[in-house]
Design a protein around this ligand. Structure first.
Ligand SMILES: *Cc1c(COP(=O)(O)O)cnc(C)c1O
Length: 396
């Protein structure tokens, strides 16, 4: 089976481009520009030079010995946490900013929830000397003040959005509204969401993750594919990057961890694939957390990076056709997994990435001693230290 996107930007029944008339020309030009550079050698050279010399790629693929002993299988960690700015998001921000530059754009806009994508975009804009406006819900501005200060230090303007619940979905609405009245701005979307071609484009710019996993496995174990791939999904970009070069290889089994919050029955969850129904949000058709009237319900997760009420269309499709197994991971399970990785391997993961780590315990009986299990550590945990310390009382 071929799991690729179709010519109209759909993965099965999910995806597409549901955009106001005023943006049609803009999105059309973006599509043409992206598919023109996608396989262009000079673009690739420029992009890979930045990934290597600015981001610090390739990120290591690390055999986690003590964790492997504990779970009785062979566990390899893809260390996206070691990237400049602390997560995978910079891969995408740099790809899109190079595209923006080639299109002659001078003003960049972005939405952000926890601020991670905002910081990655502001970083890319500082690097390229481009104007940067980041839309962020007012609630998030207050919750994530360090990231706001970082963006400002990097020279970006942070627009605090007060509509709705003043969180990520409202920031995205506002960014789209601004884009409609300023279609010359380049909108850098931070995950595999939004109208076509964004999900495909963001997935492509993150695909360097699985490209590296392939040759790193070949180098380390003499075989270029794992038995299992595991990643967390918020909008789905680090997962898409991790799966990209393996999606049509059925030897590779894939498990996605979504944020269960306080439990999928609790009403306080962000497990969109588990509890969502079909709808349209932010320009694409996907599974959504919504009430009977089609009003978006506010997602909840301990992890700010995973609480989006939708899901990338590719992931909705992979789950529907059984290509991926999707597990909701609750707050307490993620916290426990974060602590375990820290104490067994000396790696403090982002709370988002800890959701992927928690799959080891949840699926304990699944992995055999000789199985090669690759888990993407999407980011580092510095930003989550307050959260971790609230739950765990370290020895004095
Ligand atoms: C933003 C973020 C995520 C979630 O976004 P995806 O697009 O689903 O990858 C996961 N991990 C980290 C560290 C993040 O910053």
């Amino acid at each position: 089976m071929d799991y690729s996107i179709d010519n109209n930007g759909y993965y099965g029944e999910f995806g597409g481009a549901y955009i106001p008339e005023i943006l049609h020309g803009t999105v059309q030009k973006l599509k043409e520009a992206f598919y023109a550079i996608k396989d262009d050698a000079s673009f690739r050279a420029e992009y890979y030079d930045l990934l290597k010399n600015y981001v610090g790629r390739p990120s290591p693929l690390y055999f986690a010995k003590r964790l492997s002993e504990k779970y009785g299988t062979k566990i390899y960690l893809k260390r996206e946490d070691l990237n400049h700015t602390g997560a995978h998001k910079i891969n995408n921000a740099l790809g899109q900013i190079l595209l923006a530059k080639r299109m002659g754009k001078t003003r960049i806009i972005a939405e952000t929830g926890a601020g991670q994508h905002g910081v990655a975009t502001a970083t890319a804009c500082a690097l390229m000397g481009l104007e940067c406006i980041v839309f962020m819900g007012k609630t998030d501005v207050e919750r994530q003040f360090v990231n706001v200060q970082k963006m400002r230090m990097l020279g970006a303007t942070v627009e605090a959005v007060t509509s709705g619940s003043a969180t990520l979905k409202d920031a995205t609405n506002e960014a789209i509204r601004y884009w409609c009245s300023n279609p010359d701005a380049f909108y850098i979307i931070g995950s595999t969401v939004g109208p076509h071609p964004y999900p495909d484009m963001v997935g492509f710019f993150q695909s360097v993750i699985s490209e590296e996993i392939k040759w790193q496995l070949q180098e380390q174990i003499g075989r270029d594919y794992p038995d299992y791939l595991i990643a967390c999904v918020g909008g789905g970009s680090n997962a898409m990057g991790t799966y990209y070069h393996f999606i049509n290889d059925e030897r590779v089994k894939i498990i996605s961890a979504e944020a269960g919050g306080r439990g999928i029955e609790s009403g306080e969850t962000a497990a969109t694939i588990s509890v969502g129904t079909i709808g349209i949000i932010h320009g694409f058709r996907t599974l959504l957390m919504q009430d009977a009237d089609g009003q978006i319900t506010e997602p909840y997760s301990i992890s700010a990076g995973l609480d989006y009420p939708g899901i990338g269309p590719a992931h909705a499709y992979y789950a529907q056709v059984g290509r991926t197994k999707v597990l909701p991971v609750n707050d307490d399970e993620a916290l426990e997994a974060a602590f375990e990785l820290t104490q067994l391997e000396g790696i403090i993961p982002a709370i988002e990435s800890a959701h992927a780590m928690a799959v080891l315990k949840k699926e304990k009986g699944t992995f055999k001693p000789d199985d090669i299990v690759v888990i993407n550590v999407s980011g580092r945990g510095d930003k989550d230290l307050d959260t971790f310390l609230k739950y765990f009382k370290p020895k004095p």
